[in-house]
Ligand binder design. Structure first.
Ligand code: NAD
Ligand code: MLT
Length: 529
């Protein structure tokens, strides 16, 4: 049973669907406070959160069984992702479901700013009739600067254009050619600040977006500009907004998000007439909550039932075509890593991975992670998984190098791994995929072909007549069946190698006796089950 703890308020249909899914036990009580979450986390295999729960080092230190954190929503600023990665915990978000709701909220705030609707409403509620005080401006023909042209930014652009606004956009991370369907001018930051009557931001909070508007760039702004923030608090410097409003540089501000949430009682912007605030409502619609909950539930089921991490933020997400192609390399990678590190019999110091032919054209990080995971399994046990394997390798000063040779004349699709021990021993293996299964095609630089699975004996022997016969007789005597045997030699009469797949594990004594067979130089039993 996978125990899934949902620690923030969650759509009831989502909770019900998760409860119905095979192998899931759901812990949900409509929201855990911090103490309750700290207390319950040790039993959880999966944690679903929204924006209220904080996943930090303290919580993670108690999360002894946690495999995945799922953020029902976009922003992951409440999750310590590096710490999750270090602990091998995958982090996923559900980014698509609330884009439209958030874009609509931004447009609502834009309109509210233009027509002073909240202020007029409060005045009416207070029994007044202040018609001239709340005169506004039209949106038609005004310039809207949209910062960040991702999912939400794009939705905002479409709606603002329908309102006949002149929309300009800034997003240094998307090539302008990819934004041509928006039919807006893509401009630099300074131009956007100079020309916009309204600015709305739709980026994450990063070093580059923090204080995107602050007192140092007020001089660039069009006088009376109105600002909307439905993204993250701090993109507009909150301390600078008040002097900006008081000097008239800024004509109005609408904030849905804040540097500190909930907002402190003495928040300086609270009392300013030209400031509109909503309590982080961008995604708070029944439609978005439902869509995000379903997306999160699907991701949870997919991860715990099939091991697929969609929308992962600390592990590369593969599209279905890449997943299908890379699966044998990815599945085989863990076993190859394990096989090689066992055969090396020493502490792994260096892993070199070379991707040849078609494989080199794909995003191969998951394959590398799988190989590293396998190599570390002996020293790290269950502690290592594909998320933290590269981190653990780095912590252990294991040098990892990757190369790609898409034009290879030797291989149409293959992965070669070279592993070196701290004693300087080297082992080399090449594998490919045949009928969607991993298949080793060379080991120790010799053409040894076998499936990396089950129980294998890696044997090194002198190349003299009768060795294979002696091996067969010995295994027959101890009643161990041979599934397959592959032979290759370095040169006639010198050293030879064979890989024998057997049906049952040899005991330690049997293995020692095997090693004493005439002309056997070395034997290694590898359990890949
Ligand atoms: P997204 O990843 O689809 O888009 C973000 C865009 O910002 C990307 O295109 C990226 O290139 C751009 N960007 C990043 N750094 C930039 C920079 N320095 N300058 C200009 N552009 C930059 O994300 P999204 O789903 O559109 O969400 C955007 C933001 O909205 C996120 O911070 C998210 O947390 C927030 N959000 C808030 C609410 C709410 O309730 N108010 C709801 C959903 C999302
Ligand atoms: C998000 O990042 O998805 C939003 O801020 C919505 C939320 O946290 O509820």
């Amino acid at each position: 049973m996978h125990k899934i703890l949902i620690s923030d308020k969650f759509d009831p249909e989502g909770v019900a669907r998760l409860k119905e899914a095979a192998g899931m036990e759901v812990i949900y009580k409509g929201g855990h406070n911090r103490e309750e979450l700290l207390e319950s986390i040790s039993q959880a295999h999966g944690l679903i959160i929204r924006s209220s729960s904080r996943v930090d080092a303290e919580l993670l230190s108690r999360a002894t069984h946690l495999k995945a954190v799922l953020r029902a929503g976009v922003g992951v600023d409440n999750i310590d992702i590096p710490e999750c990665s270090r602990r091998g915990i995958i982090v996923m978000n559900a980014p698509g479901g609330n884009s439209v709701s958030t874009a609509e909220h931004a447009i609502s705030l834009l309109m509210a700013l233009a027509r002073n609707i909240p202020q007029a409403h409060s005045s009416m509620k207070a029994g007044k009739w202040e018609k001239s005080k709340f005169s506004g401006i039209e949106l038609t023909g005004k310039t809207l600067g949209v910062v960040g042209l991702g999912r939400i930014g794009k939705e905002v652009v479409k709606r603002a254009r329908a309102l006949k606004m002149n929309v300009i956009g800034f997003d240094p991370f998307i090539p302008a050619a990819n934004l041509s369907s928006l039919e807006i001018d893509i401009v630099e930051k300074e131009q956007l600040l100079r020309e916009s009557d309204f600015i709305t931001v739709h980026t994450p909070l990063t070093d580059a977006t923090k204080d995107f508007i602050n007192k140092n760039n007020f001089s660039l702004l069009k006088k009376g500009v109105r600002l909307v923030n439905c993204a993250r608090g701090g993109i507009y410097n909150e301390n600078d907004l008040l002097p900006g409003l008081e000097s008239g540089v800024i004509g109005g501000v609408a904030l849905d998000v804040f540097s500190t949430e909930p907002v402190p009682a003495d928040f300086p912007l609270r009392d300013h007439q030209a400031v509109i605030m909503t309590p982080h409502l961008g995604a708070s619609t029944t439609d978005a909550e439902f869509a995000v909950a379903m997306e999160t539930v699907d991701e949870t089921i997919e991860f715990f039932q099939r091991g697929i991490a969609r929308n992962s933020l600390n592990f590369p997400t593969l599209d279905p075509e890449s997943l299908d192609f890379l699966k044998p390399f990815y599945d085989g990678g863990t076993r190859i890593g394990k096989l090689m590190s066992l055969a090396l019999r020493g502490e792994v110091k260096e892993i070199q991975i070379i991707y040849y032919g078609e494989v080199a054209e794909y995003m191969t990080d998951p394959v590398s992670a799988a190989i590293i995971q396998g190599a570390l399994e002996i020293s790290c046990g269950d502690e290592v998984n594909f998320v933290n394997a590269p981190f653990l390798a780095r912590e252990r000063s294991i040098q990892i190098t990757e190369e790609k040779d898409a034009e290879s004349v030797d291989f149409s699709r293959a992965v070669r791994v070279r592993m070196t021990s701290s004693q300087g021993q080297l082992i080399q293996l090449t594998f490919t995929s045949i009928q969607k299964e991993p298949r080793v095609i060379s080991l120790f630089g010799l053409p040894l072909e076998f499936k990396p699975e089950g129980i294998l004996l890696l044997v090194e022997n002198q190349d003299v007549p009768g060795v294979v016969g002696s091996i067969g007789s010995y295994l027959g005597r101890v009643q161990v069946n041979i599934a397959s045997i592959e032979l290759a030699r370095e040169s006639a009469g010198k050293k030879a190698h064979c890989v024998i797949a057997i049906d049952e594990l040899l005991t330690a004594d049997q293995l020692a006796d095997f090693g004493k067979i005439d002309h056997i130089l070395r034997v290694e039993q590898i359990d890949l089950r």
